[in-house]
Design a protein. Structure first.
Length: 233
């Protein structure tokens, strides 16, 4: 019996194209994704990079963008779903966009690799856009299904890099704005230094600080931020 995927996979409200800041090598990435979603390019794009390089942000931003334009996208975080049966991917060629996040989570699971291969072909035949992310380039993933590797090389393959510090500060400030927070540059720099430049971890700290500022009815100042993150609230 086919195992159903869980309902209620929630997209981050703050993940949008408008607040995505690309690294210096990918300045035209958003335009390229939009062209793919509009059917003006190939049907498939692949993004790879380390944690904190914005892969999930891009996919969820694409889903928000298509929803705003009347489309029906599906976002699947494979780290969460890899323990489900790969048969649950059947029928997804009826959506308007499929986003598969963290492909490395199913590497070595032949049932999943085979299902993604067949789904790739079905989406291509139906002219439905497919966006995939992973932590490595296709040839470096050690996939067991050779035909899937060849398919993953058919479209644009883009390496995402960590942002330079000034751009990372700007990105963190954008995220703060979406939460209604004013985040001074010196505090953004403090958070990024505390997380060794990992933007995703800095964003998680920002959410913690937002909750603390709201409950304490305080603005974000450096002493307050240090107090909260040191657990002295």
């Amino acid at each position: 019996m086919m195992q159903q995927l869980p309902l209620g996979i929630k997209l981050s409200d703050s993940a949008s194209f408008s607040n995505y800041i690309p690294d210096a090598n990918n300045r035209h990435l958003i335009e390229m994704i939009k062209a793919t979603l509009q059917g003006n390019g190939g049907h498939y794009l692949y993004f790879w990079g380390a944690t904190g390089t914005g892969k999930s942000h891009l996919l969820q931003g694409a889903c928000h963008y298509l929803t705003q334009h009347g489309g029906n996208p599906i976002y699947l975080p494979l780290k969460t779903l890899s323990h489900y049966s790969a048969d649950s991917l059947m029928g997804l060629e009826t959506v308007d966009l499929l986003c598969l996040d963290d492909l490395q989570a199913v590497v070595g699971l032949q049932e999943w690799e085979r299902a993604i291969f067949h789904l790739f072909n079905a989406l291509r035949d139906a002219h439905i856009p497919l966006l995939i992310t992973a932590n490595a380039a296709p040839k470096q993933l050690d996939l067991q299904w050779p035909d899937l590797v060849s398919r993953l090389l058919w479209g644009g393959v883009f390496a995402l890099n960590h942002l330079e510090m000034d751009l990372a500060i700007q990105a963190l400030q954008h995220h703060a704005q979406t939460r209604g927070l004013h985040l001074p540059a010196k505090i953004a720099l403090f958070l990024l230094e505390k997380t060794q430049g990992e933007l995703a971890q800095a964003i998680a700290l920002l959410a913690q600080l937002d909750d603390a500022a709201l409950s304490n009815k305080k603005a974000l100042t450096l002493p307050f931020v240090r107090q909260i993150l040191n657990g002295n609230n």
